[in-house]
Design a protein around this ligand. Structure first.
Ligand SMILES: Nc1nc2c(ncn2[C@@H]2O[C@H](COP(=O)(O)OP(=O)(O)OP(=O)(O)O)[C@@H](O)[C@H]2O)c(=O)[nH]1
Ligand SMILES: [Mg+2]
Length: 319
C-alpha cells in the first residue's frame, strides 16, 4: 500500500468531522495547482458515494430558501448534507453569499450540515474545474448528499448545475419566466421543475407554459424515459417542500433502477478527463514553443499564409 500523503491525512481528519480541515481542503482545490491535484487524486479514489443535487434558476428565485427546506428534510431522515453555493460574480464575499448565510442560518449550529460558498478567485479553469473538485472533497469527507446552488445565468453556471445527479430548476410565477428559463438552456438540464413563490399570482399560467414546453422536448437525459415533474412551492413557509423531496427521491430511484446513474456519472468523468487533457495539451503546446511562437503562427493564419490545421500541427510537433 502507498504511504499516506498529506492529502490522505487531511481527508481522514475531514471525514472524522474536523470542519477546519474540510474548509482548508476546499480552499486548496479552489486555488488549483499541484496541491489541488494531489487532493483531487486522493479524494477521487476514496469517493463515489455522494449523491449530488443541483439547484438553479434566475437570481432571487428562492434557490437558497428552497435548499434550506431540502436540508431540513434530509436532516429529518438523519443524513448529513453539504451545500455549495456557487457565486460566479463575487471575487470573495458578496451580498448574495451573506444573504445565503442568513437564509440558511437555521442550520448554522447543526453539526450534520456543512455550508460553503464558492467564488472564482482567479482559479485557472474557474468554477467549471473547481466545483467538481470541491464536490469530490465533500464526497470523500463522507457527505452522502451534496446540494449545489448556482444562479442559472451563463453557460458555466448552467453546466455546473446540469452536472448534478438530479438537477432542480426553479422558476417563479409571472409572464415569461418559463420562456426565460428555456432561453437560458435550463429546459434541457431540468430533472425536476419548481414553481417557487406559488403564493404569487400566475403560478397556473407558468405551469401551463412549462408543461407546454416539456411536451415539445424529450427532457433531460434525452431518452424520453423520464418526464420532468413540475412542483409548486412556497419556500418561505416550507409549502411543497415534501413534494419536491419526494420527486427528487423518485428521480434518484429512476436513475438507479434504469442504470442511467452509473452511465451519467461515467460520462461526466469522461468529460472531465477530456477537459483536463485539452487544458494540458494547450498548455504544453504553448509553453514548449513559447507564447511568441503561438502568436506568430496565429498571425500567419490571419494573413492566410498558413491554415489553422497546419498551425496546430506545428505547435503540437514542437511540444
Ligand atoms: N413570496 C415569496 N417569497 C419568497 C419565496 N421563497 C423565497 N422568497 C423570497 O425571495 C427572496 C430571495 O430568496 P433566496 O432564497 O435568497 O433566492 P435565491 O434564488 O437563492 O437568490 P440568489 O442566490 O441571490 O440568486 C427572499 O427575500 C426570500 O424570502 C416564496 O415562496 N414566496
Ligand atoms: Mg441564493
Amino acid at each position: 500500500m502507498a504511504p499516506p500523503t498529506d492529502a490522505d491525512a487531511l481527508l481522514t481528519a475531514a471525514r472524522a468531522g474536523d470542519r477546519g480541515t474540510l474548509a482548508r481542503l476546499i480552499s486548496l482545490v479552489e486555488r488549483g495547482g499541484a496541491a489541488a491535484h494531489e487532493v483531487g487524486r486522493t479524494a477521487h479514489l476514496q469517493g463515489g458515494q455522494a449523491y449530488t443535487i443541483g439547484v438553479t434558476g434566475a437570481p432571487g428565485a428562492g434557490k437558497s430558501t428552497l435548499t434550506s427546506a431540502l436540508v431540513r428534510h434530509l436532516r429529518a431522515d438523519g443524513d448529513r448534507v453539504a451545500v455549495l453555493a456557487v457565486d460566479p460574480s463575487s471575487p470573495f464575499t458578496g451580498g448574495a453569499i451573506l444573504g445565503d448565510r442568513v437564509r440558511m442560518g437555521d442550520h448554522a449550529l447543526d453539526e450534520g450540515v456543512y455550508i460553503r460558498s464558492m467564488a472564482t478567485r482567479g482559479h485557472l479553469g474557474g468554477l467549471a474545474l473547481a466545483t467538481p473538485e470541491a464536490v469530490r472533497v465533500l464526497d470523500a469527507a463522507g457527505f452522502p448528499w451534496v446540494v449545489i446552488e448556482t444562479v442559472g445565468v451563463g453557460q458555466v453556471e448552467v453546466e455546473i448545475a446540469g452536472a448534478a445527479d438530479t438537477t432542480v430548476v426553479v422558476v417563479n410565477p409571472g409572464w415569461g419566466d418559463a420562456v426565460q428559463a428555456n432561453k437560458a438552456g435550463l429546459m434541457e438540464i431540468a430533472d425536476v421543475f419548481v414553481i417557487n413563490k406559488a403564493d404569487r399570482p400566475g403560478a397556473a399560467e407558468t405551469r401551463r407554459d412549462l408543461e407546454g414546453m416539456l411536451a415539445l422536448s424529450s427532457g433531460a437525459g434525452g431518452d424520453g424515459s423520464w418526464r420532468p415533474p413540475v412542483v409548486a412551492t412556497v419556500a418561505v413557509d416550507g409549502q411543497g417542500a415534501d413534494d419536491l423531496w419526494a420527486e427528487i427521491r423518485r428521480h434518484r430511484a429512476h436513475l438507479e433502477s434504469s442504470g442511467a446513474l452509473a452511465r451519467r456519472r461515467a460520462d461526466r468523468l469522461g468529460d472531465e478527463v477530456r477537459r483536463i487533457l485539452t487544458a494540458r495539451l494547450l498548455e504544453r503546446a504553448t509553453a514548449a514553443t513559447g507564447g511568441a511562437r503561438f502568436a506568430d503562427l496565429c498571425g500567419d493564419v490571419a494573413a492566410r499564409r498558413l491554415d489553422p490545421w497546419s498551425a496546430a500541427d506545428e505547435l503540437l510537433a514542437g511540444s
